[in-house]
Design a protein around this ligand. Structure first.
Ligand SMILES: NC(=O)C1=CN([C@@H]2O[C@H](COP(=O)(O)OP(=O)(O)OC[C@H]3O[C@@H](n4cnc5c(N)ncnc54)[C@H](OP(=O)(O)O)[C@@H]3O)[C@@H](O)[C@H]2O)[C@@H](O)CC1
Ligand SMILES: Nc1ncnc2c1ncn2[C@@H]1O[C@H](COP(=O)(O)OP(=O)(O)O)[C@@H](O)[C@H]1O
Ligand SMILES: [K+]
Length: 499
């Protein structure tokens, strides 16, 4: 799914009006109907709503929702700024319509800050949407700040008011903190970054009938199920283990063999034809007992002192390696001689951070998977996640490699400057071992001849989806990285069935 800017969303709106034979007012009605149906299916009928309406079309949506809810038997109060009232023709039309509907209470927004919340009222935020600029002030600010103190359920229409669709909010500005955001047709960039996404609550994408023929270039994408379905390759009946490649997982040191085991098991479960663990001899028994399907290549006593060539193999390096000077020298030597793309994580990245000149030796097309701290060690501190992404775009292009910026909504950054936000995964994965599993998954996909971009995209989606299934079964608190590996099979089953 492409992520369009606020300007492009406006173009999409106009394109739909020009090409689909509907008016902008009908589009507003369609958006309001989608929201009303969602509200009823979620909260039931005959509920009490208070709808805060702003001066533009977001406010117009709020007014249309008020009318539709009232017709269906809900108790509805509308709060609007009575002095300037509504600025767009469609919002004004809906304002006039609302005057005809009996028993909708309308109050001036400036009185809202006096309101004491009633426990059973659901608050709808239709103050500002994609046309919002700068920061909230005056009565709007007071209303948002006051509503944020309520414990009631708060639902934002399209975008939480005060949030821009594309960028960080102005520092210190008021933003509505929603429990749910009902957004139209596609995700907005700001929903996917930690500083801004925190205001959205649970995000629901509603189809409001914007034209599917609209297509403008974009650099930002959300990795969703359809997108993954197009990139996943089913296995051919006439295949053998040689068809699915060889993975070499270079990982582990004394006391950190768990990381190596997790990466190797994940590679095996992701379908690598042959999987070899290159680890220190002290990890031999652990690896052979935990992963009998894998082969073992000894490369040092208690830490790695050499890295096997791994020609014709997909090579993933890093989990639990440690940063011993001999291991660092082995990695440097390996990088100088390696031409094929590789996958680097964890201590391999920490070694690169200590010797940044080595970054230039990373083969083109490689994938590096830093978590926030590892990225900072490599490239320095960024002011915020938008600045970090900009820096990652520059570095990916400069070094001709792929970044997997691990986080909530992990971002895959390509050398061409595209950013793909992952939409699977949960906070239960924020524990030791999850990243090791990801390295194993991506390496196994590279072994199976997925190109680096597809391997990274499919890898992060699959990893997050397995994490979501594990969380459902065990809870976010109790799930382990091992549980995540156990769910990889279920994810493949659903991919093979095309769901
Ligand atoms: N896209 C679609 O396909 C569809 C979109 N629809 C809906 O339309 C919404 C977009 O509507 P929109 O363009 O009218 O903008 P909106 O968010 O209501 O705000 C603009 C108003 O707020 C004002 N304003 C701005 N910043 C301000 C500030 N800091 N402080 C104070 N005022 C400020 C601004 O004033 P101005 O800058 O013009 O003076 C203007 O009056 C979209 O989110 C969705 O809900 C659906 O109806 C149908 C399909
Ligand atoms: N809150 C979260 N939501 C979604 N995914 C998360 C969250 N926290 C962590 N993850 C995922 O879990 C993994 C953690 O990786 P990492 O920090 O390298 O773990 P480790 O090195 O301990 O194995 C990453 O893939 C990251 O995207
Ligand atoms: K809103």
């Amino acid at each position: 799914m492409k992520i369009y800017s606020a300007g492009q969303i406006r173009n999409w709106d106009s394109f739909t009006v020009q090409n689909e034979g509907i008016t902008s007012l009908q589009l507003m009605e369609s958006a309001a109907q989608a929201c009303t149906s969602w509200l009823e299916s979620r909260f039931g009928i005959h509920k009490k709503y208070c709808i805060l309406c702003g001066p533009g079309n977001n406010g117009g949506d709020g007014l249309a929702i008020a009318r539709l809810l009232r017709f269906r038997g809900a108790e509805v109060t509308v709060c609007a700024e009575m002095r300037t009232l509504f600025k767009t023709p469609d919002a004004l039309t809906n304002w006039k319509e609302i005057q005809q509907v009996p028993s909708i209470d309308c109050i001036d927004l400036k009185e809202f800050s006096e309101i004491v919340p009633a426990g059973d009222v659901i608050y709808i935020d239709a103050l500002f949407g994609s046309g919002f600029k700068d920061q909230i002030s005056g009565v709007y600010k007071e209303a948002v700040l006051h509503l944020n103190t309520f414990d009631n359920i708060k639902v934002s229409i399209d975008i939480p008011s005060g949030l821009s669709a594309d960028s960080l909010a102005v520092e210190g500005s008021a933003i509505l903190r929603a429990d749910h955001t009902l957004t139209f047709q596609s995700l907005k960039k700001s929903f996917l970054h930690p500083e801004t996404g925190i205001f959205c609550g649970k995000i629901h994408i509603l189809d409001i009938g914007l034209s599917m023929a609209f297509d403008e270039p974009a650099n930002d994408f959300a990795i969703d199920k359809t997108f993954i379905g197009q990139r996943y390759n089913k296995r051919n009946d006439f295949s053998h283990k040689g068809s699915f490649g060889k993975s070499l997982i270079v990982a582990g040191s004394y006391g950190k063999m768990g990381a190596a085991v997790l990466a190797v098991r994940a590679a095996l479960k992701t379908g690598s034809g042959i999987t070899v663990a290159a680890s220190p001899t002290s990890g031999y028994n652990i690896m052979q007992t935990s992963c009998p399907e894998a082969m073992f290549e000894s490369a040092g006593e208690n830490h790695l002192t050499s890295i096997p060539g791994g020609e014709e193999m997909a090579v993933g390096i890093g989990p639990g390696l440690g940063t011993h000077s001999e291991t660092a020298a082995a990695l440097a030597n390996f990088l100088q001689n390696r031409r094929e793309a590789i996958v680097l994580d964890a201590d391999a990245l920490n070694i690169l951070a200590a010797s940044p000149e080595l970054l230039r030796a990373v083969p083109p097309g490689s994938i590096i998977t830093p978590h926030p701290k590892e990225f900072e060690r490599l490239f320095g501190k960024s002011a915020d996640s938008f600045a970090k992404l900009k820096l990652a775009r520059q570095q990916a292009s400069d070094l001709n490699i792929y970044f997997v910026l691990k986080d909530h909504n992990t971002q895959v950054v390509t050398p061409e400057g595209n950013v793909y936000y992952n939409t699977t995964g949960n906070a239960g994965m924020a524990k030791g071992g999850s990243g090791d599993v990801l390295l194993g998954i991506i390496t196994a996909l590279v072994a199976q001849k997925y190109g680096p971009e597809d391997a990274a995209l499919l890898g992060v989606w699959l990893h997050g989806r397995a994490g979501d299934l594990a969380a459902k079964k065990h809870s976010q608190e109790a799930m382990l990285a091992t549980d995540l590996i156990d769910e990889i099979g279920t994810v493949f089953l659903s991919l093979a069935e095309g769901v």
